[in-house]
Design a protein around this ligand. Structure first.
Ligand code: CP
Length: 310
């Protein structure tokens, strides 16, 4: 059985290139399982996985739950809005109460950066980060890289652009860590106030003109403006943002090149991306969603599984 060195999946900053390669490779095997008439393997039979979601989610929550069920694990879902967190219970007490009920793995989304790392102090089972504030979203970056590999047959040497609200984006950070490790060239593009100072130190190049990014890139990952993390707001209007940074139909038509368009979702149609682009053949957005189930199956199997499967 294939193995990874990591005990948890907290982010892609510290994980080895070899572990990323293994997760993606095994992800392709599970992608094949998802094409079978019976899309289920018994590899996590008897394991209990709890999904702790302290922040809203559509794709990640459903994707993890589906991945767990496809692996035959028992699944417990926890939503902060209907829990005793509303009565003032802390993360430590919440998780220790859940853990004493004999959980084998915790998947957590939380608005506080570093909260998944903090969780490793409270329980001794694998922790999977499903997005911790503005820090990391490792399974999103893994499914993005799997989708790039599926489309191009490789990741190394490709030019991958990331455009949008880089400053608030855990997806951007995990993609940067992962793609650089895998040998891609990464360029980020955003209004200057939506970029971290010194981001070049992570090994990326920076541009402020989305047309330059389109000229350069083999694929572009388009991010939404995260108004919920901006306080009073950092963009004057969505119309102005679309004019200067939007992946619009007219803009792509001017460039006349084959460019793969990605988006982690949720999409704000007509702001960072036009509907026609999101729904076009050059967009692989729904392939990303399907690969998300496969790559999450891979992560959970590699962290918890103990036997091979066919
Ligand atoms: N891509 C992503 O994390 O989407 P959700 O917030 O819907 O999970």
């Amino acid at each position: 059985m294939k193995k990874i060195e990591s005990k948890h999946l907290l982010g892609l900053e510290k994980i080895s290139k070899k572990d990323i390669e293994t997760i993606i490779d095994v992800g392709f095997t599970f992608r094949e399982v998802l094409e079978r008439p019976i899309k289920k393997v018994p590899v996590l039979n008897g394991k209990n996985i709890v999904n702790l979601f302290f922040e809203n989610s559509t794709r990640t929550k459903i994707s993890f739950e589906l991945a767990e069920k496809r692996l035959s694990a028992d699944v417990t879902n926890f939503s902060a809005s209907s829990s005793s967190v509303q009565k003032g219970e802390t993360l430590k007490d919440t998780i220790q109460n859940i853990h004493v009920m004999k959980m084998d793995c915790v998947v957590m989304r939380h608005p506080v950066p570093g909260s998944c790392l903090q969780l490793t102090n409270y329980v001794d089972v694998p922790i999977v980060n499903a997005g911790d504030g503005t820090h990391e979203h490792p399974t999103q970056a893994l499914l993005d890289m799997m989708s790039i590999k599926e489309r191009f047959g490789k990741i190394e040497g490709l030019n991958i652009g990331i455009v949008g609200d880089i400053l608030h984006s855990r997806v951007a950070l995990s993609n940067i860590y992962g793609l650089i490790k895998m040998g891609a060239n990464v360029k980020v593009c955003a209004p200057p106030h939506l970029l971290q100072r010194g981001i070049e130190k992570l090994g990326v190049s920076v541009c402020y003109d989305v047309d330059d990014l389109i000229d350069w890139a083999d694929a572009i990952n388009v991010l939404r403006i995260q108004r919920e993390r901006m306080g009073i707001g950092l963009i004057p209007s969505t119309r102005e943002y679309r004019t200067f940074f939007g992946i619009t139909n007219e803009r792509l038509a001017r460039h006349k090149k084959e460019l793969v368009i990605m988006h982690p979702g949720p999409i704000n149609r007509g702001v960072e991306i036009d509907s026609e682009v999101a729904d076009s053949d050059q967009a692989i957005i729904l392939d990303q969603v399907l690969n998300g189930v496969a790559v999450r199956m891979s992560v959970l199997y590699l962290l918890l599984g103990s036997k091979d499967f066919e």
